[in-house]
Design a protein around this ligand. Structure first.
Ligand SMILES: [Zn+2]
Length: 250
């Protein structure tokens, strides 16, 4: 984040303490002459249920409001997938996991989306693997949950940015395959993997609906599909919470 990315209206003045996270809150457009502020918060899907404290502080660290929110218990189904032996043996290349971690860690002050926050579908096809399922690969539980959704898209399907943002990642990785990572600002990021073609460069600003590449089956993939994920303050969230435009395959 550079200082010139913070406009007067977006300059943070309020801080939010959420669990063990410390976040800036940002001014939202004034409605009925009332100034409101917002911070995007997320709950880690593998965290335990229970009460979580939420505090709002001013610039001098004075507590303006304090409350707690209850995180409800949930459960995720198991999904078995099969991949070739060669695919199952894929490991990340040097720097791959670090590059993705730095995408998720972004807390850029600039907001690229308009209110209300709502993503388009990056591809028009149905969802054939939901967020959060526990993955059993070739009969072995990986210990990982599915941090994103899969859409049943054909090879070469154009992928369109579901919201405006800055291209943070545009690389061909060994494990994730062709990857584009977008920074939408204020702690919201998204990632698109297994792409056959990437049509943007790191540092580009993309607008909602702009093509960023094509669907493929590169990296750890059993066949052509779009896997994409979204992160709020570095925490993986269900992309369906951001868009009403994707339905499960029948
Ligand atoms: Zn997936």
């Amino acid at each position: 984040m550079t200082s010139n990315e913070v406009t007067t209206q977006e300059a943070p003045k309020l801080k939010v303490l959420w669990g063990n996270q410390s976040l800036w809150a940002y001014a939202v457009p004034v409605v009925n002459q009332t100034q409101r502020w917002q911070a995007l918060l997320a709950v880690d899907p593998i965290s335990s249920a229970g009460s979580r404290s939420l505090k709002v502080l001013d610039a001098s660290a004075k507590v303006l409001a304090s409350t707690s929110l209850t995180v409800m218990a949930t459960s995720f189904q198991t999904q078995a997938i099969r991949v070739s032996k060669q695919t199952a043996g894929l490991s990340p290349q040097a720097g791959e996991m670090e590059a993705i971690a730095s995408l998720k860690a972004l807390k850029t002050a600039k907001r690229y989306w308009d209110f209300p926050l709502q993503f388009n579908a990056p591809v028009p096809q149905c969802m054939n693997s939901p967020f959060g399922v526990k993955r059993v690969v070739n009969g072995v539980f990986t210990g990982n949950i599915h941090k994103g959704i899969d859409q049943k898209s054909p090879q070469g399907q154009l992928i369109k940015a579901p919201e405006s943002g800055k291209v943070q990642l545009a690389r061909a990785f060994r494990l994730h395959g062709g990857t584009v990572g977008l920074d939408h600002g204020q702690g919201l990021t998204s990632i698109y993997i297994h792409m056959s073609q990437i049509s943007v460069n790191e540092g580009d600003i993309v607008v909602k609906g702009q093509a960023i590449g094509k669907v493929g089956s590169t990296g750890f993939a059993a066949g052509p599909h779009l896997h994409w994920g979204a992160f709020v303050q570095g925490v993986s969230v269900d992309p369906l919470h951001l868009t009403p435009f994707i339905t499960p395959c029948g």
